[in-house]
Every structure is written in C-alpha cells, then in structure tokens.
Design a protein around this ligand. Structure first.
Ligand code: SF4
Ligand code: SF4
Length: 352
C-alpha cells in the first residue's frame, strides 16, 4: 500500500516539498512516530482509491450536483468556489511557513524570542476567533504519536480550532447537500485559520503555522480531545458541548508554549455514554462502525470505524455523514448539556 501512495489534492506538492525540507533537520522538528500510520486524506489518495478520491467526485454524484444546480437546489458555483478556496488555503499554509523553513536551512534552527503570553492575550485571541469567525479554540502540546506517517511538524504546540456545520444541512445526510455544508466549512475554517495565524504574527510576533481543516499532518480528532474541546464518540468524531459532532477541525502550530494548556478530561464521559447508545453503529448503511474498537496503532487512540468499509459508501454518496446526523449530540446546540444532565442524574440512565 505504501508504495502506491500518490500525493493528490489534499497533500499538495507544497506539503511534500515542505516535509522533505524540514526532515533534513530531525533535531529541530517534531517527526512522525516510528509506528505512525497512514491516515487522513493521503490514505485515500492511493492508487486503490484514485478514481474515487474526494477531489474527484464519482460520476453519479457529479451528475446530481449539476442537476441540483440547474434546478436551483445547489449552489454549484459555491461548491466549486469552496473547493478552490480550500485548496488555495492549504497552499497558503505552506507559503506562509516558507520564512521558517528558509531560516532553518540557513541557520540550522529557528530562533524564537517571543515571550509567554498573558492570559489576556489568550482571551483576546478567543474573542477575535469567535467574533470574527465563529471559531472556538483550545491550546495543547502535540503528542508525536498523533503525527501521520511520513509527516513532520516544525512546531510542537497547537491552537486547535473548531467551526460548526449547520444542523439543517447535516440533517440531509447522506444526500450530497450535507457534503456541500462540509465543503463550505472546510473553506470557511481554512480562511479563518489563516487569518488568525496572521493576527498572531502581526500583533504578537508569534512564530506559528496554519494547518487547513483538510490538511493531513496530524490526527486532529484526538488532538482536539486532548485540548479539552470535546470527547471522541463511537462514530470516531469529536463531540463538543457547542456543536455535538457537527464541526470541522483545524490547527495553528506554535513554536513555544505561549499560553496555558486547556487540556481537560471533562468530556471523556461521552465514551461511556456511547456504549449504551450505538445509534451511529445501527444506522450506518455500510456496517462500517464496529461494536468493539480496533487498535491499529501505538497512539493509545483506538477507533470503531473500519475505513475500508466506510469509504466506498462515503464515496458513492459524495460524503455520507449519516453518523453525524443520527448522533443525539447533533440535535440542537444544547443537546450536550441535556444529555449530560440525564446521564449524570441519580438514575444514571439515558432514554434515547
Ligand atoms: S460516514 Fe457513513 S459509511 Fe462512513 S461510518 Fe459514517 S455512517 Fe458509516
Ligand atoms: S450516535 Fe450514539 S454511540 Fe454514536 S457517537 Fe453519537 S452518542 Fe456515541
């Protein structure tokens, strides 16, 4: 499988070049773990999947998109502009990081004299992220184990960012309309992440690098859980108090531990809750969600999702999303609190 991997849209040549260059400085970067596995979009960019890759929707889906556009049901131009915007944003990530790579190549290290930020800068950033972009953030250190195979990071701290996908659109899953929403948020969160990165650089001189929600350097789901933003559900998705499983995740990598970590285990009860729910498992048309988790790497992070079973259905429908739609945490933005209250009630029971 490894030899088959061909970098396509999601792992553009800018990323390839960036990885190749920084890997020449193993003592200055955070490199992949020796047991790292191929995940993210690179996995589906292999020869095995090349005709079904997300940047190239299957024929039936393409026809449906065009039919919807003609019938005025889908913003075809919007879909393409979101695709282009997402790709443009990803490329920008690596162009913006060029100054650090050049510094590393010239001097053998990256000098960073930025000081630890006060709590007020964190609050300022939180406010900027929410007021301007409807983005929520957390801050943590990246465990090496979360870096994907053949990837590496220049900076080992992470501002993890989440942005909501609207319930009304996700409720249409597995129709393509739900995927239009995912695509909209990939673009919108990508732009927000690039803008917040610029804000940190320009206002506080912080050395940092944006990573698109479609970027494939690290596994953002357990990273967001570590940063205290939510818990990982049986559907393999981050579940947060604000949006349930309806969000995309991006990262801004930072050179120094400039903020207090927001790490928390307060959402880990979701894991126990899922044991008595399993709605996503029952509703998955592809039977891709197993009752028992599969441990296939060294991260200590296990999953119930069989990607080999998920992907054909995901591809056929142009993005599926049923396991997001049916999750009880997806029903309105106060569902997390309601479910939590019931779960921790005296009876410790939840009626779905
Ligand atoms: S995306 Fe669809 S096919 Fe894949 S696990 Fe979720 S419900 Fe199943
Ligand atoms: S549908 Fe149920 S089991 Fe699946 S992630 Fe949501 S709460 Fe957990």
């Amino acid at each position: 499988m490894e030899g088959d991997i061909k970098m396509k849209v999601a792992d553009n040549r800018f990323e390839e070049k960036y990885i190749e260059r920084i890997k020449k400085f193993p003592n200055q970067i955070l490199d992949e773990h020796e047991y790292a596995i191929q995940q993210g979009f690179s996995y589906f960019a292999s020869d095995k999947y090349k005709d079904k890759f997300i940047g190239k929707p299957p024929k039936g889906v393409k026809k449906k998109m065009i039919r919807d556009a003609i019938a005025g049901k889908a913003p075809l131009l919007g879909v393409f502009s979101n695709m282009l915007g997402t790709i443009r944003g990803m490329i920008q990530n690596f162009k913006d990081a060029e100054e650090y790579v050049v510094e590393l190549e010239k001097t053998g290290r990256i000098v960073d004299e930025s000081s630890i930020c006060s709590e007020s800068v964190w609050q300022e950033l939180q406010k900027y992220a929410w007021d301007k972009h409807n983005v929520l953030i957390g801050f943590t250190e990246v465990p090496r184990e979360y870096i994907f195979k053949r990837k590496a990071l220049l900076f080992k701290y992470a501002i993890v960012c989440i942005q909501e996908m609207k319930e009304e659109a996700i409720n249409k899953a597995p129709l393509i309309e739900a995927s239009y929403e995912a695509l909209r948020v990939y673009n919108s969160l990508g732009k927000a992440t690039n803008d917040m990165t610029r804000w940190l650089k320009e206002n506080h001189g912080i050395k940092c690098m944006a990573c698109s929600p479609m970027g494939g350097l690290v596994d953002t789901v357990p990273l967001a859980q570590k940063a205290g933003l939510g818990g990982v559900g049986h559907n393999g998705l981050l579940i947060t108090p604000q949006f349930g499983p309806r969000q995309r995740i991006s990262v801004i990598f930072v050179n120094r531990p400039i903020f207090d970590f927001t790490d928390s285990k307060e959402h880990l009860w979701i894991n126990e809750f899922c044991k008595n729910c399993r709605t996503c498992e029952r509703k998955c048309e592809a039977n891709a969600i197993y009752t028992n988790k599969i441990k296939n790497d060294t991260t200590g992070f296990v999953t119930s999702i069989d990607r080999e079973k998920c992907y054909p259905y995901f591809s056929k429908t142009g993005g599926c999303g049923v396991c997001i739609k049916v999750c009880p945490f997806s029903k309105g933005n106060s569902s997390y609190e309601k479910i939590k209250d019931r779960y921790f009630s005296k009876e410790k029971k939840y009626i779905n």
